[in-house]
Design a protein around this ligand. Structure first.
Ligand code: AMP
Length: 558
C-alpha cells in the first residue's frame, strides 16, 4: 500500500521561492569585480533569477543544456545558480584556477552551450574561446558601461539580458531526478571527471547540511562562504542560506587577509567557511595587525585537514568555534562534520581538542565504513586504518559520460559503495579521522606513517606558515617522510630546531628524515597542497643526499 501524501518534487527553484516569500528582505551583499559593494535582497535575487531564466529560454536554452560559469562568489553567480537549474538546464561551474587546457577540455566534455564569466576571467575566455566547440556565446557578467572593448570575440552583456527579460517567468515543475548542476573534480591525475548532481540530491544535501549537528545554520546567521561557488557549490551554502533565511555575504575576488577581514567585520558575519590555506592567510593578517573579530562565532574548515594549531588559534585567541568538516566533489560535498556529542563537553578542553581534530561523524543519509586491502570491513576502534567507503543519496553513482569507468565497482565486498581514496580510522562513536589520501601514504619499512599527523605537528610550530610531508624514496626503508616547509615572514627557523620540535610528540621512527625550506608550496585549483608535484620535485631528495654524503668516503677509498 502506498502512502497518501502529496508527491511534491524537491526542486532547487523551491529554495529561492521560499527565501523570497519568507525572508524576502534578507540581504545578499557582494564585493563586486567592478570594485564596489553591491547589496540587495532575496526578493531581488528571485526576480532577477526568473529574468535570467526567461532570457536563457529566449536564447534557445533547453532543459538539460549545460551552461558554464567562470565566476567568483557574487550575486550574479547566485542568480545563475537559481536561474539555470530552476529552468531545468544544468549549471556547470568551471574552476577558473584550472589550466586553460583543462578549462577547454571540460567545457567541451560538458558540451556547454553558453559560458558566463566575471571580467577577471576575460583573458582566460580569450585563450579558450576558439577551442570551445559547442559554446554559442560568452556572456560577460557585468553591465553595459563595463563591457570590455575590443575583446576580439563576440560577447553578450549580462545586464542587457536581465533588462530585456520579464520577471513573469514561472518555474517549471521538473522531475526531481533531473540534473541540476555539474562540477568537475580537480583532476590531479588524469582528466577531470564530471559529477552531475540532481535537484533531489542537492535538496537532500541542503536539508542535512543545515541541521544543528551539521553546519548549524539558521536565519540568525550571516554567512560568508570563502569556499568558492565554482567548487562544489560553495559547500552548499548558497542553497542552505535560502532554506534557513540567512543573510549571505560574497567576497568576490578579494580573498586576501585584509579584504576578508574588512568584509567579515563590516557585515557582522557570524559564520564562514573555507579551506585551511585561506584561513592561514587571514590568521597571519590578524597576527600582524593585532585585529580581532567582533561578530564571527563559528567557522567551518574543510577541504584539507584542519591543523590542531589552527583550531586552537581560532578558538583560544579569537573566540571563534571551529567546525571541522570532510567531503568531496563526489559527495555534494559534505560527508562528515565534527560536531561534539554531549559526553564530549564533559571532557577536558585538551581531550576535546583531540576529538575536534577528527573529521567527524556522518550527516544522516551518508553511510560509511573502512575496509582492508581484502575489502573486508575493519573495526571502529579509532586505531585501525583502512580505505574509506561511502554511500548515500548525495554520493556519486557514475561520472558524467562514464568518464573513468564505474567508480562503484571496486570489488565484490564493496559493491554499491564509493571508494573515496582516503585512508581513515573510525572510533566507537563513529568519529572518522583521515590519516592520509591513499596515494599520499608514506610506507616506511612496510609500516604506514600518517603524513597529516606530521604536518599538524609542524604547523603547531610558531614559525611555520605552511607544511607538507611527502614520501621520499629511501634505499633502506623504501620511503621516509620528508618535510617541506614555508617559514613565516621574518623568522629564521632551522632544520634542527624543527626536527627537535617533534621529540616526544610521536614515535621516533615517524620523525621526518629531513626538512626543506621553500618560498612557496604549490597549491591546486581548490587550495589543496599538490603533493604529487612535491614528490616529483623532492621524491629523490633523500637518495641524492645519501650519494652526496657518501662521495667524500668514496674518494678516500680511491
Ligand atoms: P575535492 O573533491 O576537491 O573537494 O577533494 C576531496 C578530498 O579532499 C577528500 O577526498 C580528502 O582527501 C580531502 N579532504 C576534504 N576535507 C578534508 C578534511 N577535513 N581533512 C582531510 N582531508 C580532507
Amino acid at each position: 500500500m502506498n502512502g497518501l501524501m502529496m508527491q511534491k518534487q524537491l526542486l532547487i527553484s523551491s529554495l529561492i521561492v521560499h527565501a523570497d516569500r519568507h525572508h524576502g528582505d534578507t540581504e545578499i551583499v557582494s564585493r563586486r569585480v567592478e570594485g564596489d559593494i553591491h547589496r540587495y535582497t532575496f526578493r531581488d535575487c528571485h526576480r532577477r533569477s526568473r529574468q535570467m531564466a526567461g532570457a536563457l529560454t529566449a536564447l534557445g536554452v533547453r532543459p538539460s543544456d549545460r551552461i558554464g560559469t567562470l565566476a567568483w562568489n557574487g550575486y550574479r553567480h547566485m542568480e545563475l545558480y537559481y536561474g539555470v537549474s530552476g529552468m531545468g538546464a544544468v549549471l556547470h561551474t568551471i574552476n577558473p584556477r584550472l589550466h586553460e587546457d583543462q578549462v577547454a577540455y571540460i567545457a567541451n566534455h560538458a558540451e556547454d552551450q553558453y559560458i558566463f564569466f566575471d571580467l577577471t576571467f576575460l583573458p582566460l575566455i580569450k585563450a579558450v574561446a576558439s577551442r570551445c566547440k559547442t559554446v554559442k556565446a560568452f556572456i560577460a557578467m557585468t553591465d553595459r558601461a563595463h563591457m570590455p572593448q575590443d575583446a576580439g570575440i563576440d560577447l553578450l552583456c549580462y545586464e542587457d539580458l536581465i533588462e530585456g527579460s520579464s520577471p513573469d517567468y514561472a518555474w517549471p515543475d521538473l522531475d526531481e531526478q533531473c540534473a541540476s548542476t555539474l562540477c568537475y573534480t580537480s583532476g590531479t591525475t588524469g582528466n577531470p571527471k564530471g559529477v552531475l548532481y540532481s535537484h533531489r540530491s542537492s535538496l537532500l544535501h541542503t536539508y542535512a547540511a543545515a541541521l544543528p549537528d551539521a553546519l548549524n545554520c539558521s536565519g540568525r546567521d550571516v554567512i560568508l562562504p570563502v569556499v568558492p561557488m565554482f567548487h562544489v557549490n560553495a559547500w552548499g551554502l548558497p542553497y542552505i542560506a535560502c532554506m534557513v533565511g540567512a543573510k549571505l555575504v560574497f567576497p568576490g575576488p578579494a580573498l586576501d587577509g585584509k579584504s576578508l577581514y574588512e568584509l567579515l567585520e563590516a557585515e557582522q558575519v557570524t559564520l564562514s567557511a573555507g579551506v585551511p590555506t585561506v584561513w592561514q592567510v587571514l590568521l597571519t593578517h590578524l597576527e600582524q595587525t593585532g585585529q580581532e573579530f567582533s561578530s564571527m562565532a563559528r567557522t567551518i574548515i574543510g577541504g584539507a585537514a584542519c591543523p590542531p594549531a589552527m583550531l586552537r588559534q581560532f578558538q583560544d585567541k579569537y573566540g571563534v568555534a571551529v567546525l571541522h568538516a570532510w567531503g568531496m566533489t563526489e559527495l555534494s560535498p559534505i560527508g562528515t562534520v565534527c560536531s561534539m556529542k554531549p559526553k564530549h563537553w564533559e571532557m577536558s578542553y585538551k581531550d576535546r581538542l583531540t576529538i575536534q581534530s577528527k573529521q567527524g561523524r556522518v550527516l544522516f543519509g551518508v553511510d560509511m565504513k573502512i575496509v582492508g586491502t581484502d575489502g573486508r570491513e575493519l573495526p571502529w576502534d579509532g586505531v585501525t586504518t583502512g580505505d574509506l567507503l561511502v554511500r548515500g543519496p548525495w554520493v556519486v553513482r557514475e561520472y558524467f559520460r562514464s568518464e573513468g569507468g564505474n567508480p562503484l565497482q571496486l570489488d565484490e565486498q564493496a559493491q554499491g559503495w564509493f571508494p573515496t581514496g582516503d585512508v581513515a580510522t573510525i572510533d566507537g562513536d563513529g568519529f572518522m579521522q583521515i590519516t592520509d589520501r591513499s596515494k599520499d601514504v608514506i610506507k616506511s619499512g612496510g609500516e604506514w606513517i600518517g603524513s597529516i599527523d606530521l604536518e599538524n605537528i609542524a604547523m603547531a610550530h610558531p614559525d611555520v606558515f605552511q607544511a607538507a610531508c611527502i614520501a621520499a624514496r629511501h634505499d633502506k626503508w623504501d620511503e621516509r617522510p620528508l618535510l617541506i616547509v614555508v617559514r613565516k615572514p621574518q623568522t629564521d627557523l632551522t632544520r634542527d630546531e624543527l626536527l627537535a620540535f617533534y621529540e616526544g610528540k610521536i614515535a621516533r621512527w615517524w620523525k621526518p628524515d629531513d626538512v626543506i625550506f621553500v618560498d612557496a608550496i604549490p597549491l591546486g585549483a581548490t587550495g589543496k597542497i599538490l603533493k604529487n608535484r612535491l614528490r616529483e620535485q623532492f621524491g629523490e631528495y633523500l637518495r641524492e643526499r645519501a650519494v652526496v654524503q657518501c662521495a667524500p668516503l668514496a674518494k678516500r677509498s680511491d
